[in-house]
Design a protein around this ligand. Structure first.
Ligand SMILES: [Mn+2]
Length: 466
């Protein structure tokens, strides 16, 4: 938790941006795994609640009554039964002091607060809920059915929160740096353990353990798979095989829930083949390109398409693509290889603020998403970069057999793709290299004290020495 002044300042700023009405920010409740007291561990607070209140306890709601200048923290003190099992926790009064709210009320009072506001037809702002218990709570409090809550959520509030959470404060960047240190340990652990004969599950389990040991937890379910072409491939019980590549996409959350998100792709036996290097070096060049061009004022969509053109050109040298690069990228031919965007915002959520819809986070009035074209419709971040933004840089090349077959059968983008040559790559898998980038005053820099090895020589050396 940061100091009290941080949270008071943030809530004051939010009030100014939203201007009128009453804002309700729901904290998360425990999520039962198999019975009420056996929750998924550890407890994960809602990121926006955390941003404005910093409190990690379940069962809290923040109410900012802009019109009446009230700043309420709502929740119940725990009883003696809970203290016996879980130990003493801060009282509501102690938590109020730490977040700087002006008053506390018990949870049952929230209904009264809402009823009063509803009876006066005041605007009640809430964020789109993503957990079912909160949806039921909103239904109960405001009478909005869960299927209508996404539309009923306040666009004014979403825009205000996005505006604030997008630009990272120095103390937040320090947290992200801490997350990167844990991420480094996770990825170098994966590199050390990767060898023929161990299972994907074993390595990913060790990687997850690092996140739990040094921080709060993983920032998303770890991807560690020899099927790198499956974008979100889960680790399996399969043993690693010499000659194949394995892709590791993993990150940590600090105790204060700031994330890291990196991807490395390595040869199972510690040595890349020439065919693997041919593709790897393209992804490497695309990855490094971002660092050269990303800076305030540049549209991330433009960086994305630069990368697509670079990738398409280099694949042409290998005989896998053909034709005019500009036309090919306009037609979306590159998406056969990279069906996703170059990156996304990152902060307390790994895909930062994804619950508000990426169109509200990664785009704006000037930069609109293209929801029609395959691949381009997956862009999570397109708008102009600003100082203090944190985005991921994660180009990848994947050979997805089903997609190759599908496009070949439909002759989709056939004038730009050499389907016959692609047949030989159906057993290749996929490669992604990902790092986290902070946009600075006049450029950008990677987050993280040490670079996780990614140049092929460095990867091979690290795997040989460790
Ligand atoms: Mn990512």
């Amino acid at each position: 938790m940061f100091d009290t002044a941080t949270y008071k300042r943030r809530r004051d700023e939010l009030k100014k941006l939203v201007k009128e009405g009453i804002i309700i920010l729901f904290g998360n409740n425990e999520s039962p795994a198999n019975f009420p007291n056996n929750g998924y561990f550890p407890f994960r607070q809602d990121s926006s609640f955390l941003y404005y209140y910093g409190l990690q306890r379940d069962g809290l709601v923040g109410v900012i009554d802009i019109d009446n200048d009230k700043d309420l923290l709502i929740g119940n003190d725990i009883d003696i039964e809970d203290i016996v099992w879980y130990g003493s926790v801060d009282s509501m009064e102690e938590m109020r002091q730490r977040c700087g709210a002006s008053e506390t009320l018990p949870m049952r009072a929230l209904k009264t607060v809402c009823n009063e506001a509803l009876s006066k037809h005041r605007k009640i702002h809430f964020l789109p809920p993503y957990r079912h218990d909160i949806k039921i709570q909103i239904f109960d409090l405001l009478g909005v059915h869960p299927i209508q809550q996404k539309e009923a959520a306040s666009m004014t509030l979403i825009k205000a929160v996005v505006k604030m959470r997008s630009v990272k404060e120095p103390q937040e960047i320090e947290e992200l740096e801490r997350a990167a240190v844990i991420g480094y340990k996770m990825h170098t652990t994966a590199m050390r353990l990767t060898k023929p004969g161990v299972t994907e599950k074993f390595v990913s389990g060790q990687v997850d353990g690092i996140a739990h040991s040094y921080g709060a937890m993983v920032s998303f379910p770890t991807i560690y798979t020899q099927h790198g072409e499956i974008l979100h491939g889960a680790p399996s019980m399969k043993e690693l095989e010499a000659g194949r590549l394995v892709l590791c996409d993993a990150g940590a959350e600090t105790i204060n829930n700031y994330c890291s998100d990196n991807t490395r792709t390595m040869p199972v036996d510690g040595k890349f083949t020439q065919r693997q290097l041919d593709i790897y070096s393209i992804v490497e060049a695309c990855h490094d390109h971002t660092l050269d061009v990303a800076k305030p004022g540049v549209k991330y969509a433009d960086v994305h398409f630069n990368v697509c053109r670079l990738m398409f050109d280099r694949l042409k040298e290998l005989g896998l693509t053909k034709g005019d690069t500009e036309e090919a990228v306009r037609a979306g031919a590159h998406a056969l290889f990279m069906p996703h965007g170059l990156g996304h915002m990152m902060g307390m959520d790994v895909h930062d603020m994804e619950s508000f819809d990426q169109v509200n986070v990664g785009f704006d009035e000037e930069t609109r998403p293209n929801l029609e074209q395959f691949g381009t419709n997956n862009l999570r971040m397109g708008r102009r970069l600003e100082e203090g933004f944190v985005v991921t840089d994660e180009p990848g090349i994947y050979f997805i057999p089903a997609l190759i077959d599908d496009w070949k059968a439909k002759k989709h983008c056939a004038e730009f793709l050499n389907f016959d040559k692609l047949e030989a790559y159906k057993d290749f898998g996929g490669i992604r290299i990902e790092d986290d980038v902070l946009i600075t005053k006049d450029g950008c820099r990677f987050i993280g004290k040490d670079r996780i090895p990614y140049h092929p020589k460095d990867v091979e050396e690290f795997m040989a020495d460790n």
